[in-house]
Design a protein around this ligand. Sequence first.
Ligand code: TYM
Length: 333
Amino acid sequence: MKETVVSGIRPTGKLHLGNYFGAIASFIRMQNDYNCFFFIADIHSLTTHPVPKDLHSSVKQVLAEYIALGLDPNKCTLFVQSDVPQVTELYTYMNMNAYKGELERSVTFKEKVKSQPDNVNAGLLTYPVLMAADILIHRAQKVPVGKDQKQHLEMTRQFGNRFNRMYNVDYFPEPEAFSYNEELVKVPGLTGGGKMSKSNSEADAIFIADSQETNQKKIMRAKTDSGPIEKNQNKPQEIQNLFDLMKLVCSKKIIDQYENDYNNCEIKYGELKKALAIDMEIFLKPHREKISEILQNYKLIAEVAEIGAEKAKASANKTISEVREIIGFRKFY
Ligand code: TYM
């Protein structure tokens, strides 16, 4: 029997390069070998209170991008999280055995407390529980995600194992974070910080669906320093970030050339950025064209969502009725 895979992305607008290389690149390969469920985490996105119109258009955008980037609805199940209410039922049950202390220690929660101090809602605190429910509802073994989601996967294992121990069953498998690369991926942003993220600023992220002009401008404005002063010196983070981005889309020959220039203190950052922008466009252009084509095809998007919801509900229903039985919600005979 094929192993089961689950993963999702929050709909917050257009997908960026971090989403692609951290998650979708793995989804595309995994759909051929595993029983895959890929979804749009629209319930998770409610923690930041999107207006209904924006939420709907973001969900449509991400679904169109999933299809355009190569997820094939005949090979995997593509669905919208809120179409499968069983997940919120499992979330309720799982919340009874998730403790305030461990939830407060989540790195993402701590970050959000800092970045949105006026909106520290219960959904934010229990975010890892909903994510665990997403995964456990299909009893998944593998979860393709970027490096930033590693701690959430540890928490998912903890919640699943705790359920098994509590009811003395061997029901939920231990899901592992997975990447086709040897290691989980972290794509850096353009503003000199750690990972590429839209919540840093619009300027930090390269969006797959954006025009050549927009992406080129962002790359040319990426943060750099005043250049190396000693041969073979270590690169500061913002410069390492540019080299790491090159590794995603440029040939080894070009990267080696700029490495050499850097090590000999002869680097011209403007030229490096131009080379990066050219290869980025070669990578993005076919994706961008396909995305705009799929976005016009409302019927296809609606059909994929409907079929996906039915398949995901069938799998989720099986789990939820078994979980109810284990917990002790039983029929009278
Ligand atoms: P989200 O929406 O923030 O990101 C979606 C996926 O993209 C990856 N990612 C990155 N990978 C590498 N470098 C980056 N700069 C980068 N930015 C984003 C993320 O690691 C993720 O894989 N909590 C999840 C959504 C979710 C989920 C799930 C995932 C909800 N339920 C169940 C897996 C399984 C999130 O907010 O991802």
